[in-house]
Design a protein around this ligand. Structure first.
Ligand SMILES: C[S@@+](CC[C@H](N)C(=O)[O-])C[C@H]1O[C@@H](n2cnc3c(N)ncnc32)[C@H](O)[C@@H]1O
Length: 207
């Protein structure tokens, strides 16, 4: 299986069930929500890349003027549509390297190590830069190397034991591949950016 097939089989919904999440993962997810409330200004136009079932846009719906979520897994987009009825929020089934939009946004996010599961990372950054053209308005949250032990346990609980582990990625026996990053590798991939720790197991990069 490849990541798109694993997602199509519904991994995300099980992963977002807090009962599957080790405490370090729960802390990271909470820290992300706090960060987003700071990062997204009232009235902003926000693009969320790899939005899944739309939980971040749902949380921010009443403070933004426009929200668009992009995800290539159509069943997640359909679920997001069903859960958010706010007319300011839209969901589109599309690949993050080829977003079918021409208008621009005040900010763009790619959260919860979504970027670490994407194949063409530089292509995704290019689309984020095109769609949110101002520097420091694009935000990625990713896992650091410290995330490996809790992720091993989380994936095991989801029925995905680890088949291969390197400094750069974990690959499960269910075919799910998820990368983690050192600060140096993040800088290499992103170029000019600001990097901060996020909880004990992650980084947030703005560029
Ligand atoms: C780790 S999940 C996170 C989902 C959501 N951001 C959240 O935190 O709830 C990663 C998401 O990225 C989507 N995804 C992965 N690669 C993608 C791509 N190339 N284009 C669009 N979506 C992609 C998957 O379908 C999945 O919903």
């Amino acid at each position: 299986m490849t990541n798109d097939q694993v997602y199509a089989a519904g991994l995300l919904n099980r992963a977002l069930d807090p009962s599957t999440q080790p405490p370090e993962i729960q802390d990271f997810l909470r820290a992300e929500l706090d960060l987003l409330r700071e990062f997204v200004a009232a009235g902003a136009r926000l693009l969320d890349v790899g939005c899944g079932t739309g939980r971040h846009l749902r949380m921010l719906a009443d403070r933004i003027s426009l929200g668009v979520g992009i995800d290539y897994e159509h069943s997640y987009i359909a679920e997001a549509h069903g859960q958010v009825v706010d007319p300011r929020v839209h969901f589109v089934t599309a690949d993050a390297t080829l977003v079918p939009l021409r208008s621009t946004f005040d900010c763009a996010t790619c959260l919860t190590n979504t970027w670490g599961t994407m194949t063409d990372k530089v292509g995704v950054l290019d689309e984020m830069r095109r769609l949110a053209p101002l520097a420091q308005t694009r935000l990625l949250s990713v896992y650091s190397l410290d995330s490996i032990p809790p992720r091993r346990e989380w994936y095991r609980r989801l029925g995905h034991s680890i088949a291969e582990e390197t400094d750069d990625f974990l690959m499960t026996n269910g075919g799910f591949r998820s990368e983690q990053f050192s600060e140096a590798r993040l800088r290499d991939l992103i170029g000019d950016c600001t990097i901060r720790k996020l909880a004990k197991i992650g980084y947030v990069a703005t560029f």
